[in-house]
Design a binder for this molecule. Structure first.
Ligand code: ADP
Ligand code: MG
Length: 491
């Protein structure tokens, strides 16, 4: 079990507009900090109480010049490593629309070097798989978009989406153990990096086609790209399953600022509502002794349930714009990140036994033990006794049973099959016995020979008496006989 708080990083988007005064400090031992300095408001000639400095702590702050490679190395690689070790991992990008969430998570379309966390992580994982021959890895990909509280499968290949609504709707199911299952979200196998990148491309295309100027879904929806990893040692029945969620959240801007009506307002209500629920969950998780966590309030918090608190290594990137007009939003993004940083997670290794693999392993073990036995006993054993062996045992048994000597033994050798056969044979005999004995009792009295079996009985004593008398008589006769011979010789 690994205990740690959610890691928070900040990334400042490059800009050539006038920026607010801000400073980045990564020299501190305990991490980095980002500070905004706002001019004091001068109203009616006197200074009001508005704070002028806002300072936020992060694990590290990445300023405007930091490139995608550095972001991957510092943020995503450690999470990918824990996923390879069998834990769940989540990276989510939070910030207002235009702050660089999609650029950071997926990448920019123009240059290869603009590739974001998803393609770089895929490349890193598949490189690891090909180098590590001590494990067998299987990977599946899913790509979910949540828009107005409805989930859509971006990877469903049957659909040529012209509208987001044309994609299959994903619904949440909860099993009795309160595990979340997503119905209709396809898990696409991806054997190599190319397959995985094609799936990412397919998902992003569906995401873009569905988006029109009227329906700018991508800034108003949450996208969750998930890599499902399964690993095991060759021949082992222990499976390790882990998931890596890479989450591009909807824009975090407040409704008031967008200030539009109609559909956009509904969307904004939903985005803000689900981010509001995310915030509630995060606040609840960061409070000690809170037993109820309101995961169920929104689809996003339900999906990320096992990835926010609890069993996960979670990392958040706060996307910050330092343009003057965006500072308010950037400060609220940083505030949110500070609350997220208070959540402690306990990541557990996801190990389980695969019954079919277990059976294969046990069969192998049995075969091995049989061979060992054959080596020790010097004879090859099959599962069943041969007809000859059975005949020999039954002959032995008959001799054993017919021998009146109570001390007689039956030599079978250290072979459970023979011992079992004897028991079965005796059982069969015993089951026959009562019926024959009962029949005999009905027809005639016990045979006289049975008297000798009971030396203490009355009859036996009588018999002994008679025997004595007989011997006495014999003696008398022989005396008489010898006297008679003697008399004859005198005569
Ligand atoms: P979001 O997803 O948060 O709405 P985007 O990622 O779409 O924001 O970024 C808005 C624009 O800014 C895009 O054109 C993107 O290419 C550009 N951009 C964002 N971050 C960077 C960066 N670090 N370097 C270069 N361009 C960036
Ligand atoms: Mg975006």
């Amino acid at each position: 079990m690994v205990k740690q708080t959610i890691q928070i990083f900040a990334r400042v988007k490059p800009t050539n507009k006038t920026t607010a005064v801000y400073s980045v400090d990564n020299e501190e031992q305990s991490g980095g900090s980002l500070e905004f300095i706002l001019p004091r408001d001068l109203a009616d000639g006197f200074i009001n109480n508005k704070r002028e400095s806002y300072r936020f702590r992060f694990q590290k702050v990445f300023d405007q010049t930091v490139n995608q490679e550095e972001i991957f190395e510092a943020i995503a690689k450690p999470v990918a490593d824990t996923v390879l070790a069998g834990y769940n991992g989540t990276i989510f990008a939070y910030g207002q629309t235009g702050s660089g969430k999609t650029f950071t998570i997926t990448g920019g379309p123009e240059r290869y070097s603009d590739r974001g966390i998803i393609p770089r992580t895929l490349s890193y994982l598949y490189q690891h798989f090909s180098r590590d021959s001590s494990m067998v890895y299987t990977t599946h990909i899913s790509y979910l978009e949540i828009y107005n509280e409805v989930g859509y499968d971006l990877l469903d290949p049957r659909h040529e989406a012209s509208n987001l609504e044309d994609l299959p709707k994903v619904t949440i199911m909860e099993d009795p153990e309160q595990n979340i299952h997503l119905k209709n979200l396809s898990l696409q196998p991806s054997a190599n990096e190319e397959d995985a990148l094609n799936l990412l491309f397919l998902g992003d295309t569906n995401r873009m086609i569905a988006e029109t100027p009227m329906n700018q879904a991508s800034t108003r929806s949450h996208c969750i790209f998930t890599i499902h990893l399964c690993s095991r040692e060759p021949g082992s029945a222990t499976l390790r399953r882990s998931k890596l969620h890479l989450v591009d959240l909807a824009g975090s801007e407040r409704v008031g600022k967008t200030g539009v009506g109609g559909q956009t307002l509904t969307e904004a209500k939903y985005i803000n509502l689900s981010l509001h629920y995310l915030e509630q969950v995060i606040t609840a998780l960061s409070e000690k002794n809170r037993s109820h966590i309101p995961y169920r309030n929104s689809m996003m918090t339900s999906v990320l349930r096992d990835s926010l608190g609890g069993n996960c290594m979670t990392t958040m990137i706060a996307m910050v714009s330092v343009d003057k007009r965006n500072v308010d939003e950037s400060i609220s993004t940083c505030r949110f990140a500070q609350r997220v940083a208070m959540i402690k997670n306990e990541a557990l290794l996801n190990e389980e036994l695969d019954p079919s693999l277990l059976i294969i392993r046990l069969k192998k073990e049995i075969q091995g033990l049989k061979e060992e036995l054959a080596m020790v006993t010097g004879e090859q054993r099959s599962d069943d006794l041969t007809q000859e062996e059975i005949q020999r045992i039954e002959d032995q048994l008959k001799v054993f049973l017919d021998d009146p000597d109570p001390e007689v033994t039956l030599e079978l050798g250290p072979d459970m099959r023979k011992i079992q056969h004897c028991f079965s044979f005796l059982k069969a005999r015993l089951r026959e016995e009562p019926s024959t004995q009962k029949g005999a009792d009905d027809i005639s009295p016990r045979p006289s020979s049975s008297l000798t079996d009971r030396p203490d009985s009355q009859a036996n004593r009588e018999l002994l008496k008679l025997k004595d008398m007989l011997t006495q008589r014999d003696n008398e006769i022989s005396i008489l006989h010898s006297n008679y011979i003697a008399l004859l010789s005198v005569v």
